[in-house]
Design a protein around this ligand. Structure first.
Ligand code: SF4
Length: 437
C-alpha cells in the first residue's frame, strides 16, 4: 500500500509552485491528525489554548468516539516548523482523526513533533492560553464559549446562533454538522449556548479588549446558522446586525467587523453595512449548479442558485467588491457518488466560479472540507477529496486571482508562506507576501 508520505512528496515534486507548507496543511485539514494523550490540553485550566468547537465539529469522529480527546480537549491550532521539508511557520486548525497517518507526539527528548507514517516531519508549537481565557463572565461563562479566538488570536469568532433553521435531510447542507455539533456538546454536558445574548458577547469582548494587550485580535466574525423564520423575534439581517451595532457602539473601530450570512436581498445587506459591518461573506458553497442544488437543498429552495449569485453581485455595490468575500467548501465537488469523477473536471468547474466572481472584483475564499462523520457527504466520503484536488486548487486560485489583477482579500491577516494565520485552508499560505495588511 502506498504510504501517505509518497503521495505528499509526489505532489510537492509535481507542483513546486505550491508551497510545501500548504501541501502538508491541506492534507492535515482534509484528513485530520491524531494526538497522543500526552499532547492534549488541560482544558481551561492548562497553559495551552483548547479547541473551542467554534461552529462545526471539524473532527473525523463524534465526540463520544474521541476517547481521551473528548475529556481533555486538543489544542485549537498547532504551528509547524522545520523538519525534512524545512517548513516555514504554518498555522493549522486541529481536526481530530485517530486513524490519521499524522500524529502529534513527544519525541525522546519530550519535544512535541508531527510524525507522518511514523517519521518525524515537523516541530509542533502549541497556542499559549490567552490571558483573556483565564477570566470568566459575571455569570461564570467562559470567554472561550462566548467569544473564542482562532487564527492564532487574530479572529474573534462569534457564532451568535449555534443552530441552523435549515433542518434535516431535505434542508441542511449535506456537508454541514452545525446542528449535530450543537446536540453532541449539549449531550456531553458542555456549555454550548444556542443563542448568545448580546450582553454576554459585549462582556466577553470587554475581557478580550482588556487583556489582549498585544492587540493580536484584529477582526470579529458574526455568524451562525441561517435564519429562515425568526430568532428572538428578528429576521437574519437584524438578528446578526444587532450584535455589530452593539459592538461598534461600545468599541468603535476596535476590530474589523465581518458577517457570514445568507445572500440576502439588497435592503438587508444595506442594513448590515449600516450596523457597522465592514466585510460580508455570502457563501456560495459550491459552484456547480447540479451539485449546489443537491448539496444545499435549503438554500436552493428558499433562495435558488441564480438568485444567490445575483445577490452576491448586488452586495458588491453596497460593500464594494473587495469587501464581499463569499466562501466555498473546497473538496465537496469530488464527493461520491454525485461529485466530479476527476480532479481536472472539479478544478475546471471551481475555476469557472472563481473567474465569474474575480472578473467582477469579488475575491472568494475557501475552507478545506472536513468530512464530518454525521453528515451525508462525510458518511459516504470519510477520506474527503483527493489531496491532488486541494493542491491544484491552490495553484488555480492564485492563477485566477493574478489574471484578474487581485490580491489577497482584506481581513485575513498577512498572506504568504511562513506568515499566514488563516488556519482552515492554506489559501493565504499560498499567496505572495505583501505588507499592506
Ligand atoms: S446554511 Fe448550510 S452550511 Fe450554513 S449552517 Fe445551515 S446547514 Fe450549515
Amino acid at each position: 500500500m502506498e504510504l501517505r508520505t509518497d503521495l505528499v512528496e509526489d505532489l510537492m515534486g509535481r507542483f513546486p509552485d505550491v508551497p510545501r507548507e500548504a501541501v502538508i496543511k491541506e492534507d492535515l485539514l482534509r484528513g485530520g491528525l491524531a494526538f497522543d494523550d500526552t499532547a492534549l490540553t488541560d482544558n481551561e485550566n492548562g497553559d495551552v489554548k483548547p479547541k473551542s468547537y467554534f461552529i462545526f465539529s471539524f473532527d473525523h469522529r463524534t465526540l463520544p468516539e474521541l476517547g481521551t480527546a473528548a475529556l481533555r480537549r486538543p489544542p485549537e491550532e498547532i504551528v509547524l516548523t522545520g523538519g525534512p521539508y524545512e517548513l516555514r511557520r504554518t498555522v493549522v486548525s486541529v481536526r481530530i482523526n485517530p486513524d490519521s497517518p499524522y500524529r502529534v507526539a513527544a519525541d525522546d527528548d519530550g519535544r512535541l513533533k508531527l510524525f507522518l507514517d511514523g517519521r518525524e516531519i515537523a516541530d509542533v508549537g502549541l497556542p499559549p492560553m490567552p490571558e483573556y481565557y483565564r477570566h470568566t463572565l459575571a455569570n461564570g461563562k467562559q470567554v472561550m464559549e462566548v467569544a473564542p479566538t482562532i487564527q492564532w488570536g487574530y479572529l474573534i469568532y462569534l457564532t451568535a446562533y449555534r443552530l441552523c433553521q435549515y433542518f434535516g435531510a431535505t434542508e441542511e447542507c449535506q456537508y454541514c454538522d452545525i446542528n449535530h455539533n450543537y446536540r453532541q456538546h449539549k449531550a456531553a454536558g458542555r456549555p454550548y449556548t444556542g443563542v448568545k445574548p448580546v450582553d454576554e458577547v459585549l462582556e466577553a469582548l470587554e475581557i478580550i479588549n482588556k487583556y489582549d494587550t498585544a492587540r493580536a485580535s484584529t477582526a470579529y466574525t458574526l455568524t451562525g446558522g441561517s435564519i429562515t423564520r425568526k430568532v428572538d423575534g428578528l429576521a437574519e439581517a437584524d438578528f446578526y446586525g444587532r450584535y455589530a451595532q452593539a459592538i461598534e457602539e461600545r468599541f468603535p473601530g476596535r476590530w474589523i467587523g465581518k458577517v457570514v450570512a445568507q445572500a440576502l436581498p439588497r435592503e438587508d445587506v444595506q442594513r448590515f453595512k449600516d450596523y457597522g459591518i465592514q466585510i460580508y461573506h455570502p457563501n456560495y458553497e459550491v459552484w456547480d449548479k447540479y451539485l449546489f442544488e443537491l448539496y444545499c437543498p435549503g438554500k436552493e429552495r428558499y433562495v435558488g442558485r441564480e438568485e444567490w449569485h445575483r445577490r452576491i453581485l448586488d452586495s458588491a455595490e453596497i460593500f464594494g467588491p473587495r469587501n464581499v468575500i463569499p466562501n466555498f467548501v473546497a473538496g465537496v465537488e469530488m464527493a461520491e457518488p454525485f461529485g466530479f469523477k476527476t480532479v481536472s473536471e472539479a478544478i475546471d468547474s471551481t475555476a469557472e466560479g472563481l473567474q465569474y466572481f474575480m472578473s467582477r472584483g469579488i475575491t472568494p475564499r475557501f475552507t478545506t472540507w472536513c468530512p464530518e462523520p454525521t453528515t451525508p457527504l462525510g458518511k459516504t466520503n470519510p477520506h474527503g477529496a483527493p489531496l491532488e484536488y486541494h493542491v491544484r486548487l491552490l495553484q488555480t486560485y492564485r492563477q485566477v486571482m493574478e489574471a484578474n489583477g487581485l490580491t489577497s482579500p482584506p481581513g485575513y491577516g498577512p498572506p504568504g508562506p511562513g506568515r499566514a494565520v488563516f488556519s482552515v485552508s492554506s489559501f493565504m499560505d499560498s499567496l505572495p507576501p505583501k505588507d499592506d495588511i
